[in-house]
Design a protein around this ligand. Sequence first.
Ligand code: ZN
Length: 459
Amino acid sequence: MDDTPGLFGAECSTDKIAYAPAMNTLPTTVIHPERIGEEVYALVRELFPLCRSITGAGTRETLSRLGKLIPLTIYEVPSGTKVFDWTVPREWNIRDAYVKNSRGVRVIDFQKSNLHVVNYSVPVRMRTPLQELRKHLHTLPEHPDWIPFRASYYTESWGFCLRHRDLEELTEGEYEVCIESTLEDGALTYAECYLPGEHEDEVLISTHVCHPSLCNDNLSGVAVAAFLAARLQARRRKYSYRCLFIPTTIGSITWLARNEDKVGRIRHGLVLACLGDPGRSTYKKSRQGNAEIDRAVAHVLKTSGEEYEIVGFTPYGYDERQFCSPGFNLPMGCLMRTPNGRFAEYHTSADSLEFVRPEALGDSLTKCGRVVEILEGNGRYVNQNPQGEPQLGRRGLYWPPAGQHQLPTEEFALWWVLNLSDGNHSLLDIAEHSCLSFESVRRAADALLPHNLLRPAIE
Ligand code: ZN
């Protein structure tokens, strides 16, 4: 970790001066994130029951529901398609699964939770003694009331997951085992929401849609990405945006293999995952480490007024592994709250509708929105009156106008922007140097531009 959690980072000593006015002028959603969070949460709740996987009907249905919120193009990539070193697998679907005891009672029942079946289990119908059945049962003895999530995508097998407490209740004897699944040639399904902007240069947002009834990992990422796309659709866009809803690993590899011609346009990117738990925000930097997206997210977290963590790139986690593989090395980081594997509920039935919080979802969406504002609003300018300070009062640029109470932050921002706008420093550079929020610096530039005190630098 190379960033110090805190309001504006360790180097800035003017935190309080800079902080208060900036917050006063932020949208109210920052102050009441739970209000937007309720809508995001409702989408998580709607999608929760569907049995998703890396292929199949549950994922298709999830994408079709997202398509009611945002314009989505759905792609179906046939099983067997070669994608770099991988092959698109056969499609998995499941109708029912259970283990019945000798009295015909379902002691493990897929209808009660889709986590009960190992995802991608091959079809099974047999009677077997408990001793044999045990080899296919997975529990969490340390959390006896939770059902673990297990998958076997690339090795043919079958199994059930259950509460350890329920396993201990099973008596010796014969059990009827049924998994009504199919594993057949079909397709891998993914979706894109492409929103053209003024430039072809793109911002890529990616989130994984392949987990069954688990909320933080990753219906939180899916829902935040969908609402972010809806917001992007409604605003003016300098960049074009492409939001991917894909199965993890095989989905990003498939997308990259099919879109190598588009990869060169990607200027910034974010993987969204685990955005609904009550923990602090965590940003995992891109492999490049100091890309504009890394600095933009760091700025948002530093100026959030909340605890946060920034960690370096690691070649494990989510699809940043593929986007940041050395053959692509895209400027893509991963925004999370508590990272994968660092919360006890991870990949268990406890990652439930109770575990994710509307206010955390709302806060994550707000932070994504601020990142977008920085990417859209950043730029370099040249001071047109560099010999001494221009006389701001004559131009009515004191904020608010002279005679009223003055907010020093806005004046500081004007001076910083004038001083550092030499064509080399971007507005984000200036925000970092000055310990002011990007929003203040952007507003200062917007105030100076109509007075011809600044002009955009030629990029
Ligand atoms: Zn996961």
